[in-house]
Design a protein around this ligand. Structure first.
Ligand SMILES: [Mn+2]
Length: 333
């Protein structure tokens, strides 16, 4: 038994505990909370209440799958000895719940980089930035204390690990072992993958496919540029076009009163060309469509009310200028 971990947890013996996590709780936050609740009840005789602002769409599906209603998990209401924040690096992420909590009672268990002022708002913490998911930290705590996790907890922990490791792209030395042990309990792995896949909406699938059908392709040196138009899901479609092989994809939604343009590029395109989709493309396009643009280096967009076609021409001009190359249309035969 890991004594420092035991020391850390001994303070919870027979206590009333609230577990909470960031707003729009993702599968990692959810799995961590549900499994830690079981660990604290089984091993430390705690009364545990899970309280949160909101959970994401995918988390809602996962809860339905394991037939858990978190609002029913109420042992007590107002008084508590500790509030443990999971997958959350500061109380500001909690929403309204964060407003009235007392520093001495706040415990953090997380895998994000510690906040620079962590000692200002939390007396005790277990922070492991080398872990891809808080769910893996909680799984290992359960193992260490020999806790038998329920089907629901195991299911949600594995979902949390898959989700936050981005399907095992970000891992540490224990990730595969944790996933293996969870999967070995007889979980339906395929069902977890299905529930985590956001692409279940028929209209979104059709929008992505239509974007491909309507796409114009250009080349500039080694780069392939895809331009398309849709009436909805332009962000999802631009992401899909990059997944298909475009180095940069721009999808515009142009109607009489509204213009929305979404852009995505590959990491390689950004690394080699230095073209930042937010700063170099969408921010200057914003005023042209009487709106605003912004975002990140490889994922950005703009919203406005007019001049959609002009904006698309301008995007091609900006790309040609930044790349120092002419854009050549690739014929569809
Ligand atoms: Mn996480």
């Amino acid at each position: 038994m890991n004594t420092s971990l035991q020391d850390f947890f001994n303070r919870f013996q027979n206590k009333k505990i609230i577990l909470s996590f960031h707003k729009n709780g993702d599968p990692d936050a959810l799995g961590s909370a549900v499994a830690l609740r079981e660990i604290l009840k089984q091993k430390y005789n705690c009364q545990v209440n899970i309280i949160f602002d909101s959970v994401s769409k995918i988390s809602t599906l996962l809860l339905e799958e394991v037939k858990l209603k978190l609002s029913e998990l109420t042992d007590f209401k107002d008084k508590y000895d500790y509030i443990i924040l999971l997958d959350t690096n500061n109380p500001a992420q909690l929403g309204e719940i964060g407003l009235n909590i007392v520093k001495d009672k706040i415990v953090l268990i997380d895998h994000h980089l510690p906040h620079s002022e962590i000692t200002e708002f939390s007396a005790f913490h277990l922070i492991k930035p080398e872990y891809p998911a808080t769910s893996q930290i909680i799984f290992e705590i359960g193992e260490c204390f020999n806790v038998n996790l329920s089907y629901a907890s195991s299911f949600l922990l594995l979902a949390g690990i898959i989700y936050d490791s981005r399907y095992f792209t970000l891992i540490n030395s224990g990730t595969f072992l944790a996933a293996y042990k969870l999967a070995k309990t007889g979980l339906d792995y395929g069902r977890i993958l299905y529930l985590l896949n956001p692409l279940k909406d028929r209209s979104e699938k059709l929008a992505r496919l239509k974007a491909v059908k309507r796409m114009d392709l250009y080349e500039a040196g080694e780069w392939i540029i895809a331009l398309s138009k849709l009436g909805s899901f332009e962000a999802s479609a631009s992401r899909a076009l990059v997944q298909l092989g475009a180095d940069i994809a721009i999808v515009a939604n142009i109607s009489k009163a509204n213009v929305r343009i979404s852009g995505r590029s590959s990491q390689e395109f950004f690394k080699k060309t230095g073209i930042n989709l937010a700063k170099d493309l969408m921010e200057p396009i914003g005023p042209i469509i009487n709106g605003q643009g912004g975002g990140h280096s490889t994922a950005a967009g703009c919203n406005g009310t007019a001049n959609g076609e002009e904006a698309l021409e301008k995007i091609k001009e900006i790309l040609a200028e930044k790349l120092g190359l002419k854009l050549k249309k690739i014929s569809s035969d």
